[in-house]
Design a protein around this ligand. Structure first.
Ligand code: SF4
Length: 231
């Protein structure tokens, strides 16, 4: 019997060890590797841990995490432990490394750490990836456009359909619990649910995207895009 995904993830975590590959090692409390089902059908990917995550060593456990959990459990009718949740960088990035205000990871941190995320994806091989916000979307898809333009459209990463949507923190910062952006996120998640449910239109769209990808020389900064017409 081959080695299981759970074992492969454990080996990867052991390889990261007490990582010092970038400057975030100097301020973090805990490395936040990621968590969830090693055989998940869906992976959610954010940019990096925040204060609560750094303290607890788990991804998406603060206010934004509560919103993500609600999306998964109330919206998708899945259990949080059925999906896999990770970030591009595994240590908390803060402004001036002062460990007070969070910021997105910079290029140096992303290139030092991003390979670990790519290996997590390669181990799990989910059916769908949902990128949350700009940094994770840009990291995986190598696209120049921002999340407002990209959200709600399908892309491919290594043959896996990717749906970019807003980061829950961005939603909370823009209107809190009553944020109008929640509706946009829900529209994006409905497409993910449709694909996972075997919706013919979504599947055909992804197949077209894959065919287009096969016939196109891969270009840096140019992810293939398919805009579903169903919704
Ligand atoms: S962010 Fe990643 S590369 Fe940088 S120290 Fe943490 S685990 Fe290592």
């Amino acid at each position: 019997m081959g080695i299981s995904n759970a074992e492969l993830l454990e080996k990867l975590r052991a390889e990261i060890g007490d990582c010092r590959r970038c400057k975030l090692a100097t301020t973090r409390t805990t490395i936040v590797f990621g968590e969830g089902n090693p055989n998940a059908r869906v992976m959610f990917i954010g940019e990096g841990p925040g204060k609560d995550e750094d303290l607890q060593g788990r991804p998406f456990v603060g206010r934004a995490g509560m919103l993500l959990t609600a999306i998964i459990e109330k919206g998708m009718r899945m259990r949080r432990e059925d999906v896999y949740i990770a970030n591009v960088v595994k240590c908390r990035p803060t402004v001036d490394l002062a460990f007070v205000r969070d910021r997105p990871p910079d290029e140096e941190e992303t290139s030092a750490c991003g390979g670990f995320l790519k290996r997590q994806i390669a181990i799990i091989r989910p059916e769908v990836i949902v990128t949350l916000g700009n940094p994770s979307t840009k990291f995986l898809l190598k696209v120049a456009d921002g999340i407002t333009k990209l959200r709600g459209k399908w892309f491919l990463y290594e043959g896996i359909p990717v749906m970019p949507t807003y980061h829950p923190s961005f939603v909370l910062r823009n209107g809190g619990d009553a944020s109008p952006l929640k509706k946009d996120v829900w529209e994006d998640i409905k497409k993910v649910i449709a694909l996972l449910s075997g919706d013919g239109h979504e599947i055909e769209g992804i197949k077209r995207l894959m065919r287009a990808n096969e016939n196109t020389e891969p270009k840096e900064n140019d992810a293939e895009e398919y805009i579903p017409t169903l919704f």
